[in-house]
Design a protein around this ligand. Structure first.
Ligand code: AHR
Length: 500
């Protein structure tokens, strides 16, 4: 059994928008309190932000972070999070049944973004609120001064506007769990009116309309069609959310699930283009895959949490090796459609279904999924080339013709680098791979072949053993003078072959 692929410099899919490697911080569990913010922690700075967490975030080179939710935003009054901290109200958060202390709000989060070298993707509340509050928050954030809200920001110590460029119009408004769930028509109308006033305040912003909360939502994809029919003239992106799990302990089927993600992306593109055609429009609506990850390990523990505490440990999935492989496959799925998937957020960033974990008062460490996300974000910048792949296949419970090899290439012309991301889904056997780079004229050498592999698919990193699963650079890829690469991809492995 072997696989082959041809990588041609003219098989261009599109440029990678750096925002494809975004992430997400929600007021949920220990993401904010005990995650990015823990005053009194030995590594906390003068504002209470954990320096060790900031270092791990900066290492990931995260270009954009979605905030403040998620389900949280649909019941959130953003004004509760501004002004003197000692005067802020504690509120019930109905989404996660906790108490929100409002110690961190918009201004503090923007400070954190600056420290983390990232931008904010801000969400407005379209669950319990609407255009009125949305026009106020954008005036507060982006107008220089001379108006009520902009002067209020200045009085709070922020003379320079935050200039937040990317905004989400609500969150998962199709979901019955959402505060203020709406039908597609109800949501389409309020999203349209909110988008209008927000762009009247600041025409330079970009807006994301809510798509379906997942591929299996009963209203998918009619939801997208209806919402975009109402909002087409005013929005720039439609969102996608998708989480996967391995509840049946069927790893072959689990790893095949990125094929569902491929289909999801394909269908949303088709629906957006259908609306464009109906509108006789010039504008392409692009995709913001602003929630994606593996999420299932913590489901049972979360059901046992007592309501109305502050920052309990919610959604604390401890990720294992196979989760990292699926995260790698999901990154490849999005890269393969980099022409239309312009933004994406790994949900989430710290403690809550996250690549980074912390102990309160203690250390921070990298989960297994940190690594494929790191490699894609650091090395996956440039032009995506779609490889012509021949791979042996298998049938799984929910998917047929699943290729053992999942792969994509990114060409960074400025740095004269080519990076191949490849997963071997075969759980028991290594996969010999031949790669033909003939169009590149044989100028490359192998800079590094990074491999993430482990004998135990269920191995994970913990506070006590933070390095149980980590990559090495001893992969065996070789290149001949005529541009032929040979490598053997270990069973169940994530591979990054870097050529210079
Ligand atoms: O990321 C966790 C939750 O998943 C978000 O709050 C919500 O949007 C989604 O259902």
């Amino acid at each position: 059994m072997k696989a082959s692929m041809i990588i041609d410099k003219d098989f261009k899919v599109g440029e990678v928008d750096p925002r494809l490697y975004g992430s997400f911080i929600e007021h949920l569990g220990r993401a904010v309190y005990g995650g990015i913010y823990e005053p009194g922690h030995p590594q906390a700075d003068e504002q209470g932000f954990r320096g060790d967490v900031l270092e791990l975030v900066k290492g990931l080179n995260v270009p954009i972070v979605r905030y403040p939710g998620g389900n949280f935003v649909s019941g959130y009054n953003w004004e509760d999070g501004i002004g003197p901290v000692d005067q802020r109200k504690r509120r019930l958060d109905l989404a996660w049944r906790t108490i929100e202390p409002n110690l961190i709000g918009l201004n503090e989060f923007m400070d954190w973004c600056r420290k983390a070298n990232t931008d904010a993707m801000m969400a407005v509340n379209l669950g319990t609120r609407g255009p009125d509050e949305a026009r106020d928050i954008i005036e507060y954030s982006n107008i220089t001064g001379g108006t009520y809200w902009s002067d209020l920001r200045i009085s709070h110590g922020y003379r320079t506007p935050h200039n937040i460029k990317t905004w989400c119009l609500g969150n998962e408004m199709d979901g019955p769990w959402q505060t203020g769930t709406k039908t597609a028509v109800e949501y389409g109308r309020i999203a349209c009116e909110t988008a209008k006033v927000m762009k009247w305040v600041d025409p330079s912003i970009e807006l994301v309309a809510c798509g379906s909360s997942g591929l299996l939502m009963p209203t998918f994809p009619d939801w997208e069609a209806t919402v975009l029919e109402h909002t087409y003239d005013h929005v720039d992106y439609i969102s996608l959310h998708q989480y996967y799990g391995n509840r049946d302990q069927d790893s072959a089927n689990f790893l095949a699930q990125s094929l569902g993600m491929d289909r999801f992306i394909h269908t949303v593109i088709a629906t957006a283009d259908y609306v464009q055609a109906k509108k006789r429009g010039k504008k392409k609506i692009n995709l913001s895959f602003d929630e994606w990850n593996v999420w299932y390990h913590s489901n049972d523990a979360d059901r046992k949490i007592e309501p109305w505490s502050i920052a309990p440990p919610q959604l604390e999935d401890i990720y294992n090796h196979e989760d990292a492989l699926l995260v790698g496959c999901m990154l490849i799925s999005m890269l393969k459609r980099a022409d239309r998937v312009k933004m994406a957020c790994l949900a989430q960033l710290v403690n809550v279904i996250a690549p980074i974990m912390t102990a309160n008062g203690g250390a921070a460490w990298k989960q297994t999924i940190y690594y494929p996300y790191l490699h894609a974000s650091v090395f996956g910048r440039g032009t995506v080339l779609v490889p012509l792949i021949k791979s042996p296949m298998y049938d799984a419970k929910d998917y047929t013709d699943v290729p053992y090899l999942e792969a994509v290439a990114v060409h960074n012309e400025d740095a004269s680098e080519l990076t191949i991301f490849a997963v071997n889904r075969n759980l028991t056997e290594a996969l010999p791979l031949e790669m033909d780079l003939r169009s590149f004229g044989g100028g490359f050498h192998i800079k590094e072949h990074i491999v993430l592999e482990h004998e135990d698919l269920k191995a994970s990193n913990t506070l006590e053993a933070p390095d149980r699963v980590k990559p090495h650079s001893a992969g065996n890829a070789t290149i001949s003078t005529n541009g032929q690469i040979e490598a053997v991809l270990g069973k169940a492995s994530w591979n990054v072959i870097r050529l210079k």
